[in-house]
Design a protein around this ligand. Structure first.
Ligand code: PMV
Length: 323
């Protein structure tokens, strides 16, 4: 048995299909080069000791038998429940010290919570000498995310676990890799923090009021993702850009775009991008644009000019791995 293990998992960017993916339609997601790192070591105490400076957790400690109970600080929830769920399934005979360190700001919405959940579960498995396959890690991490936030498709958990670029259906019903390491993506950060759960709830409310319209929008987004999947497989970036623009239109209809996002998206298109849309829950976080080399610097400049911050990030990054 090892004394200590360090594991890392990538963040994610939703390419197409957000919101509709929560209701059974497919989405496309890519893993990003900025990673979450978790180091897990045995301790003498029968407790979880956690340090996660990115979310202002330092020296947090809780007895193993009390995990998931009582007060849980916001930044500790995913790791605490990951350890509890792992212990329930695989037994954890001793206490563990966990430290998570993020390479990216949790502000970008790159999925730091899911990446830390996945890396902690993988690290615990390695520490215990268990060979959990990726599917088992995904299942346990997705259960943990649902335990903490009650909703979500798990696309971020899939990206953190499997890496690369995936076509994904809720709960991992479909998990198909698409080989596009050369996806010519530009990422712009709005500077606005988006809250995923609040936005899922807002769309749900709209669906209760206008069920037929929202259901039709989900179906159309599903059709768009079908078209985009073909374009992605063929590396037909012009077509993929068009599918992104269509998708953005429906996200506007769902009410999850925003003024800053829209400005950045239009600026990117006007500067010659093949297409642009918001990425993730909406209202803030990041937008993405697809552009050829020739227009890339103009697109980046246009995004910056309207107040966005271009985030240099690799796509199609490898999934969870021992460091
Ligand atoms: O805000 P993000 O990046 O976690 O994206 C949310 C995407 C949704 O489809 C709205 C929710 C989900 O879990 O799929």
């Amino acid at each position: 048995m090892r004394d200590s293990v360090t594991v890392s998992a990538p963040g994610k960017l939703m390419l197409l299909g957000e919101h509709a993916v929560v209701y059974g339609r497919p989405c496309l997601v890519t893993a990003v080069g900025q990673r979450m790192r978790a180091t897990v070591a045995w301790t003498r105490e029968e407790a979880l000791e956690l340090t996660a400076k990115d979310v202002r957790i330092e020296g947090y400690s809780k007895p193993l038998r009390e995990l998931g109970q009582g007060e849980i600080p916001k930044g500790a929830g995913f790791v605490e429940l990951a350890v509890r769920n792992f212990a329930k399934e695989h037994a954890l005979e001793r206490g563990v010290r966990v430290e998570t360190v993020s390479e990216f700001s949790s502000q970008f919405g790159f999925g730091s919570s899911s990446a830390s959940t996945v890396s902690v579960i993988k690290a615990l498995a390695e520490l215990c000498g268990l060979s959990l396959d990726e599917r088992a890690i995904f299942n346990l991490a997705y259960k943990t995310v649902l335990d903490v936030q009650g909703k979500g498709s798990g696309f971020d958990v899939a990206a953190a676990t499997f890496g690369g670029t995936l076509r994904y259906i809720v709960g991992g019903k479909e998990l198909v890799p698409i080989d596009v390491p050369d996806l010519p993506l530009i990422v712009g950060y709005t500077g606005i923090k988006a809250d995923t759960v609040t936005l899922i709830d807002a769309v749900k409310k709209k669906a209760e009021r206008y069920p037929a319209v929202i259901e039709a929008i989900y179906s159309e987004i599903g059709n768009i993702v079908e078209g985009a999947t073909t374009a992605l497989r063929r590396k037909d970036w012009g077509a993929l850009g068009q599918w992104m623009d269509f998708n953005q239109g429906y996200l506007e209809s769902l009410g999850v775009s925003g003024e800053k996002l829209a400005r950045m998206i239009h600026a990117a298109r006007d500067a010659g991008a093949w297409g642009a849309k918001l990425s993730g829950a909406g209202k803030g976080d990041c937008m993405i644009a697809l552009s050829d080399q020739e227009h890339a610097s103009a697109v980046k400049q246009a995004i910056t000019q309207v107040g966005g911050e271009v985030v240099d990030v690799a796509v199609h990054a490898p999934g969870v791995r021992v460091e």
